[in-house]
Design a protein around this ligand. Structure first.
Ligand code: ADP
Length: 248
């Protein structure tokens, strides 16, 4: 496993008015790893994702991609272009368009409308789309409208829409929420197949069994602070974690 740090977060503080959503949070996420972020509602997980993607500005602290790109000062579009892909909990695919066209639009993301309509895809882009269709298991469904897909398939399509840009950091917010058992199982396999020495995966998830299967390291947040970190086994037996979270 590569030991290079992808995301470096140091002494992070985020306040909303007088309320501290994140307090003195330090976290390092390395290339090659799959990290789970867990914690009860209100722990600060979404806020952390928002800071990493430039949606929320921290009050203080460092947030770096590759030790050089200061994410605390960049806009959302620039951060997305620099290799951070985020999937929100609810799929937001283009329902009226076929699967393949959703991926084509995702390739063109960041272009203006005129360029989007005019530009032709390069051979490399077409090949990338084909690869992604196979990865997300939707090659047979390429001409189907996204609206006709199952909930699970829509989630995979949305992951595919991030994959066409070959993200270095993939942030997945509750990827198995609302999925059937078979779909969750397939998502475990999908996430395993997305692992690469050139990529870091961060999963926010409540389903502990799923976390255990997809993540090497788990960071537990509680009331905006890092409560514990380590393997699922270490976290499960951490008394502080048991007390506030798993022991409920
Ligand atoms: P989680 O994703 O772990 O459930 P969040 O990051 O969504 O937690 O929220 C952390 C805390 O910050 C919560 O108490 C939430 O109410 C608060 N919070 C989040 N966003 C805002 C906001 N824009 N304004 C005020 N409070 C917020």
């Amino acid at each position: 496993m590569s030991q290079t740090i992808a995301l470096y977060i140091n002494g992070l503080n985020v306040r909303f008015g007088g309320f501290a959503a994140i307090t003195d949070l330090t976290l390092e996420i390395r290339y090659g790893e799959s990290r789970a972020l867990i914690g009860p509602n209100g722990a600060g997980k979404t806020t952390l994702m928002d800071v990493i993607t430039g949606k929320t500005r921290p009050n203080s602290g460092e947030v770096f991609l590759d030790r050089k790109l200061d994410l605390a000062t960049r806009g959302e579009a620039e951060i997305a272009r620099s290799g951070i892909g985020r999937k929100f909990q609810k799929p937001s695919v283009f329902e009226a368009l076929p699967v393949a066209q959703n991926l084509e639009l995702a390739v063109r993301r960041g272009l203006g409308w005129g360029e989007m309509v005019m530009s032709r895809l390069s051979v490399a882009q077409r090949e990338r789309i084909e690869e992604v269709l196979v990865t997300i298991g939707l090659q047979e469904d390429r001409q189907r409208k996204a609206a006709e897909l199952s909930h699970g398939q829509k989630q995979w399509l949305e992951i595919g829409m991030l994959l066409v840009a070959e993200p270095k950091v993939l942030l997945l917010d509750e990827p198995v929420a609302g999925m059937t058992e078979a779909e969750s199982e397939r998502t475990v396999e999908l996430i395993a197949s997305l692992r690469s020495p050139d990529r870091a995966i961060v999963v926010v998830e409540h389903d502990m069994e799923f976390v255990d299967r997809v993540a090497d390291l788990v960071s537990v947040l509680h009331e905006g602070r890092l409560l514990g970190e380590g393997s699922m086994q270490a976290v499960r037996t951490n008394p502080k974690v048991i007390q506030v979270y798993l022991g409920r």
